[in-house]
Each structure stands twice: as C-alpha cells, then as structure tokens.
Ligand binder design. Sequence first.
Ligand code: ATP
Ligand code: MG
Length: 349
Amino acid sequence: MATFGSGNNNRRNSTNNGLTSEFERLLVGQPGVAKQILPFVEMFEAGLTPEGRPSGVFLLLGPTGTGKTKSVEALAETLHGSSRHILRIDCGEYQMDHEVAKLVGAPPGYLGHRETQPLLSQARINSVASERSSLSIILFDEIEKAAPSMMRMLLGILDRGLLRLGDNNLVNLERTMIFMTSNLGADKMQKELMPGMGFAAMNVSDEKGPGAKRLESIGLAAARKKFSPEFMNRIDSTIAYNPLDDKAMLKILDLQIENIQNHIDHRLGARSFELEVSAKLRKFLLERGTSIQYGARELKRTIQRFVLQPLAGVINSGQIPPGSLVEIDLKNGGKILIRIQPESEEEED
Ligand SMILES: Nc1ncnc2c1ncn2[C@@H]1O[C@H](COP(=O)(O)OP(=O)(O)OP(=O)(O)O)[C@@H](O)[C@H]1O
Ligand SMILES: [Mg+2]
C-alpha cells in the first residue's frame, strides 16, 4: 500500500497517540493489534482512504477469549465513546442461503417485502457512526459459519464498497470498517495450548514470540483453506491473537473491577461507595475465571457470581452508608465476606 507524504502531521500524530493509548488501555496484552488497525483509522480521518471500498477490512483469528470481539468494542469506545456503536452481524444466524434476505431485504413483490427491514441498510450503518467520527464499524462474528450466498454478498462489499438491497437501493460502505472474526484453526491452536505441550512455558507476551508466530500460521493456513483466494486478497490485514499470559489476565481483572467502580459511581450517585476487592479474592477470581484454553471468557461471569451478586444483596438491604469503603474478601471455606467501613472511620477520604 502506498505511504503518503508526512508534510504537516504534528496534529495527526498527537491525535493518533491519544487514540492508541485509549485503545491499548482497553485491549490488554495484544500489542500488535493497535498497530494494524489504527493506521487505517488515521488514513480515514485524513481523507486518504481509497474510494470504492471499505476503509479497512480485517480478519481476526485466534484462540477463544483473547480479545477479538473486545478489539472491535475497544475501537468503538475509542472512536465513538461507547461499545454500542457497532453494527454486529452474527454469521451463525445466516447459515442458510435464504436467510441472507434478512440482511438485504426481500425484493419487491416477494412475501415479506414490506416487513423485512434490511439489517445492512444505509440508515442502520449510519446510525452506528457518531458526532465524534463518521466511521461506522461493522462486525461479522464467526464468519466461517456464513452461508455461501452471504460470502458472495460480502465479497461484493469488500470489492466495491457497495451493496445492492432487495429493493434495488444501493448502500455505500466506503465509510465503514469491516471486522470479521473466526475461530478457524482454534482446535489446532487448542492442542498447541494444552498444558504439557509446553505452551505456557513459551514466551507469548512478546509481540511475535515463537508461540504467537506458530498460532498465526495455524490460523492463516486454516483461513486459506476455508476461504477463496479472492476473499483473502480483499482483506487488508489478518490479525492473529496471542493467548493471554498471567500478567495480562491480572490487568484485565483490574480493568473490570475499575469498570464496576465507575458503574457504582454513575448509577448510585449520592449513594455510591468505594469498592475494594481483596488480594485473596482477586487470586481466586483469576483461577476460576481465566485459563489457557478459554482465555478471559469466564472472567465476567465469575466476577458476577462472586462480586456483583453478593454486593447486590448488601446494597438492597440498605446496609451501605453513602461514601463507605466496602471490602469484598474470600474466607477460608470459600465463602464471600463483605466488610463495610462507614466514611467517618476513614479519615483521608
Ligand atoms: N485482550 C483483552 N483485553 C481486555 N479484555 C479482554 C481481552 N481478552 C478477553 N477479554 C475479556 O474477555 C471477554 C471475552 O473476550 P472476547 O469476546 O474478545 O473473546 P474472543 O476473542 O472474541 O473469543 P471468541 O472466539 O470465543 O469469540 C471480553 O468481553 C473481555 O471482558
Ligand atoms: Mg468473539
């Protein structure tokens, strides 16, 4: 791809730095991802993306629970201020050729023409952009499950940045970034990841350590086998995700606890309090909620069960005076213990 001159790019650089640091704060332990995605955002903002195709097309591959979907959410949050700014298409729902009508709408005269609101309409695509950025993010999750007719439709989008709807209207997708995630090669990756196979001992925290390189080639080989060369050729960047190491998992846990605190501050307003999760409970949450095989997939559920649910009980019983320090701990028998320290006892805050 051509590189463009770097005349007056001071402002751009500072914008890009802000974008990168916010994105990397949200996406943990995948240092290569920002470098592959954000330059396309920068090109879009500078008005330098080529016409007649989407502004960026990415295939995200790698083991489960390592941040593929999270990357797209992190970009939406960085660009638009919320991870809700994504047009998400779960390809598992379009495994049969006739189901593609849900995406593009039925042709006039066909049964259901009036009722089917095409999911990929211009209005829907525009609605996930925001005042902050006119770039719409579209996510095709589990692309390997898509029906052949959907793959043909997608090929047209990637090729021309246009989509013809059932009612013959044209949708322009030049101002979109398209992400496709896939678990292709995941079984083989899983085998590489099994304890005893030595993966835990491999250094995968480097951007492209030997372990990560091996996973990348497994993912790419599986994708090449499944998808046509035309399809693969229209992808700007195939990104392989590293399995997450203990340090990354700990950071993800910290981030999720931070999110709970933000939520408490916003939602409870004057009744809000300070939450502290003890070191012992953190260790337990990591053991229960994370693994080499499932990444951080179970962490949210584990936090829900062992932090949020016990906390909800105490909040609802009205036992927490506003401004208290609430510590959640794990007792030896595995029970959750909540200590409440009213504000007056806490001098500094
Ligand atoms: N690298 C990461 N940085 C921050 N959070 C992460 C990361 N990886 C996983 N998580 C956490 O785990 C959850 C599951 O991750 P995510 O949905 O991104 O998995 P995935 O890679 O898309 O897996 P799958 O292939 O199963 O869809 C996220 O919602 C997030 O809370
Ligand atoms: Mg996912």
